[in-house]
Structures are given as structure tokens and as C-alpha cells.
Design a protein around this ligand. Structure first.
Ligand code: SF4
Ligand code: SF4
Length: 345
């Protein structure tokens, strides 16, 4: 095991993005190495190597893209004042599990649909088996070396009151109330994350909530009821990608499928990416997993228990009114379920 372990347990000494494996390689060899990394991992090591994440922020050259100063794990570990997550009493939290547990022999072989050669495994996969490395570190520690992570204040729930005396029929008001309840449930939920009093987990929760709300907003603002079918809203690929705001993750299919769809289904929201005729699923994403601008549409429907199609229509009416009234600030009001804009109908 290399001694140069990242805060998330990845082996900086063998990481293809780091400075060491490429040392002494000719330009031609490095090109071949990049191609192999892309084939195995789906990502290409960047030209300027990472200076490794144990380097303090003020020593990271301005031109370095890596390490990521905003990495939640790096910040959380620094706040705890330890070397890596193995020393933390909450280890393994969801944040480090997701990062350091994503790439391992099994997950990569499943993705490739083939066995890895020993050489490919040791060069490109083993360095990323951070969880196993952290577990080994943890097992070697005496109990007095384990520390509690830095805590953060859990923010107060921010929700507007549901407006009284809306100028709509009783049924329409109850559909708006269903939308309000959905947004309120999302705001109150911890999305199944534990340890949300820690820096990393609190930020993860905030990010996931922002992504989920942006997805709902996107479908409500730009989705259409096709051919009179009001049971689902549908948005085309280009419109979806163009309007995803600053949420880069909403363009990554594995994140949308594995995180957003899963989280929303827990609230009774059913989402699906529909493949257009004549295309294969594999053709809908780039080699690095980003959704392409054509070949699919995104659809969303509501379960009967959260108001079904009437609530879906109410969501669209509400979002369109917010957008018309508040423009760029409308999404902020949506996030706190501020429905007072409906009072002016
Ligand atoms: S990308 Fe991460 S694991 Fe790789 S060298 Fe940088 S800090 Fe280390
Ligand atoms: S709470 Fe922070 S320090 Fe602890 S395991 Fe998670 S990311 Fe690492």
C-alpha cells in the first residue's frame, strides 16, 4: 500500500490523475495510458496532474484543477483535524461510501461486461478502492485515535405557509395543496442520509435536495402533456439539458437514474427516460456517461397517493405562474413552496 493516501482513501501514489504513475512516460506512452484509463474507467486523466489532496489549499498552484478544493470529504476531514476518513467516528458515512466505494473490481467488471486483466486492475482500479483501504487503516488504529467529525448546525426548515382563500374550486385547491405537501415533504426529508449533523453529510443533503427540486421544476416548467395525456409531463432531451441550470449532475445519466429517480420515487413521483424509436440505450450517453442532446425524452407522473394527474397539472400551473411573476427568482420561491402567487389568479 502506498503511504500517499487521499482523505477519502484513494491511493494518490498510484492514481492515474496524480503525478506519480505518469513520471518518466514519453508523450506517446502517456497517450496510450490515457486511452487505457478511458477504456477501463470511462474517464481520461487530465494533462496537468493533481498535486494530491493532502497538500494544504494555499500550496495548491492556481493552475491546478485538482485536487478539488470544494471536495466535501477533503473539507470534512480537515475540519476533523485528521489524515483521512478512517479516523472518523462516523466512518463510513454515505459521502465517503459513494466516492471511495464506487470503483472496485466488481463494479468495473460489471460495467465493462468483462473480466479485468491483472495489469489493468492494478493500474486503474485498485487505486480507487478507497473504502477497503480506509477499513484497513481503521483496523490498525487504537480507539483513542478515533475522533468525532466537526458538527454543523442543522438548518431550520424553510417553508412558506399554504395561502388561504385561493380563488380556485375546492378540487383545484386540494391539488395545489398536494403539490405543497410534496414540496414540504422534500424540504423536511433527510433523504435517508444519516449523520446529517456532519459537514459532509449536511452538504450532501443540501445538494441532493437542490437537484431533486431542480428536476421537478424542470419537468413542471418545460414539460408538456402530449396528445392530451395529462397523466405525465414530458420534456425533450435538448430542452431538459439546456434548462438544468447550474446542476451539472442532472446531465449525468447514472446520477439521474440512480439518485434522482430513486429519491423522487420515495415521494410518489415516477420518472422515466424514454428511448426514442430506433435507438439503443447505449447510444443515449457519451463515453463519460453524460446524456446526449437527442434520442430520448424525460417523463414524470405522480402517484394517486400524492394527487395523481390533477396534482401534476397543478404543479405546472403553479410553476408557470411563478416563472411569469418572478423570472429568475422564481425557483427560490418554489424551493420554499411559496404559493402566494396563486392568490392573484
Ligand atoms: S485525484 Fe484524488 S486520489 Fe488522485 S492524486 Fe488527486 S487527490 Fe489523490
Ligand atoms: S463524516 Fe466526514 S470525516 Fe467522517 S467519514 Fe464522513 S466525510 Fe469522512
Amino acid at each position: 500500500m502506498s503511504k500517499l493516501v487521499a482523505k477519502c482513501g484513494i491511493d494518490c501514489g498510484a492514481c492515474p490523475w496524480g503525478p506519480y504513475p505518469r513520471k518518466g512516460m514519453s508523450a506517446q506512452d502517456f497517450e496510450a495510458y490515457k486511452r487505457d484509463a478511458k477504456r477501463v474507467l470511462g474517464h481520461v486523466p487530465i494533462k496537468t496532474p493533481c498535486v494530491t489532496c493532502q497538500i494544504p489549499d494555499d500550496k495548491i498552484p492556481k493552475t491546478s484543477k485538482l485536487p478539488n478544493k470544494r471536495c466535501l470529504i477533503r473539507q470534512c476531514v480537515d475540519k476533523a483535524g485528521v489524515e483521512n476518513c478512517g479516523y472518523c467516528s462516523r466512518f463510513p458515512c454515505d459521502t465517503v461510501t459513494e466516492t471511495a466505494g464506487a470503483w472496485n473490481r466488481e463494479s468495473i467488471e460489471v460495467k465493462l461486461g468483462a473480466s479485468l486483466s491483472e495489469e489493468a486492475y492494478h493500474s486503474f482500479v485498485e487505486p480507487f478502492e478507497g473504502l477497503a483501504r480506509l477499513e484497513a487503516i481503521r483496523d490498525s488504529l487504537k480507539p483513542d485515535k478515533i475522533v468525532d467529525p466537526a458538527k454543523v448546525c442543522v438548518p431550520k426548515i424553510r417553508l412558506a405557509d399554504f395561502p388561504k382563500n385561493l380563488p380556485f374550486s375546492k378540487d383545484e385547491v386540494s391539488s395545489f395543496k398536494a403539490v405543497y405537501n410534496l414540496l414540504a415533504n422534500i424540504e423536511r426529508s433527510s433523504f435517508g442520509l444519516k449523520d446529517t449533523d456532519t459537514f459532509a453529510q449536511q452538504h450532501k443533503l443540501k445538494k441532493q435536495r437542490a437537484h431533486v427540486l431542480r428536476f421537478l421544476w424542470l419537468l413542471g416548467a418545460y414539460g408538456e402533456f402530449e396528445n392530451g395525456d395529462t397523466s405525465r409531463l414530458v420534456v425533450d432531451a435538448e430542452t431538459y439539458l439546456f434548462n438544468r441550470g447550474s446542476e451539472k449532475s442532472l446531465a449525468i445519466w447514472s446520477f439521474v437514474d440512480g439518485v434522482i429517480f430513486k429519491l423522487l420515487s420515495g415521494f410518489g413521483v415516477c420518472c422515466e427516460r424514454l428511448v426514442l424509436d430506433g435507438l439503443l440505450k447505449e447510444e443515449l450517453t457519451t463515453g463519460t456517461g453524460y446524456l446526449r442532446k437527442k434520442g430520448w425524452v424525460m417523463s414524470m407522473s405522480f402517484d394517486a397517493k400524492i394527487g395523481g394527474k390533477n396534482a401534476l397539472e397543478a404543479l405546472q400551473v403553479y410553476i408557470k405562474k411563478l416563472a411569469k411573476e418572478y423570472g429568475k427568482r422564481a425557483f427560490q420561491r418554489f424551493c420554499v413552496a411559496d404559493m402566494h402567487v396563486l392568490s392573484a389568479a
